[in-house]
Design a protein around this ligand. Sequence first.
Ligand SMILES: Nc1ncnc2c1ncn2[C@@H]1O[C@H](COP(=O)(O)OP(=O)(O)OP(=O)(O)O)[C@@H](O)[C@H]1O
Ligand SMILES: [Mg+2]
Length: 229
Amino acid sequence: MTGLMVSLAGKSFAGQAVLGHISFTLDAGERACLLGPSGIGKSTLLNLVAGFDTDYQGTITPPHGRLAMVFQSPRLLPWRTLAQNIALIPGAPDLAAARTLLAEAGLAEAADQYPEKVSLGMQRRAALCRALAVDPALILLDEPLVSLDPATAEQMRQLLRRTLDVTGATALMTTHDRREALALADRILEIGGSPATLVRDRPSPLSRAERLDPDKVETAYKALFKHPD
Ligand SMILES: Nc1ncnc2c1ncn2[C@@H]1O[C@H](COP(=O)(O)OP(=O)(O)OP(=O)(O)O)[C@@H](O)[C@H]1O
Ligand SMILES: [Mg+2]
């Protein structure tokens, strides 16, 4: 079954081409990382896939079912507690179920706190819970681990893998970090150039079990990106 079909011919901002031809298809349940340097157009592409921006050339076909996006900045409503942030979205569960989701993300104690009272890592996890609350068929994650300290990033990485394992959702994540892509993805889609095109589309050399091992990630990183261009 198909999880996502992208056949982009171009995307411009005010006449300036940012994205060129980018075509790929994800199987249902597949986890792909869109890899590329800062400013290349990763968030732009994610916004197109999410349907937030419909001003582009080409065709993007999301799967049947719900779509959820986890933004780079958590975007929680500051006047709602973490649990209320999850319970208040359309189609989401009640407060009790929101608390259960938060508890599974290690946030039981923080469920009734306001976002500004908790760390960025906790806000990120809450934002992930909010996305999962709608049981999405496709989940889009924009730089889910950026600006987290190593221990918090590891916590988030584990939560992300666990939740994707449980939900079976198709996932499209963005990152500029090659090791991160190897640690999380079944498939690595590298974009580059100006306007950005798909320069490499390859399956991860690591199985889901193998990529839990940081040594295996490091070995694959050296083998795959020895001659970065
Ligand atoms: N709404 C907009 N209007 C005009 N230009 C934009 C807009 N959004 C993005 N851009 C431009 O498009 C290009 C790609 O930006 P984008 O945010 O998609 O990059 P990115 O790969 O996500 O970068 P980062 O890794 O820093 O998040 C940049 O040159 C940016 O200035
Ligand atoms: Mg971005």
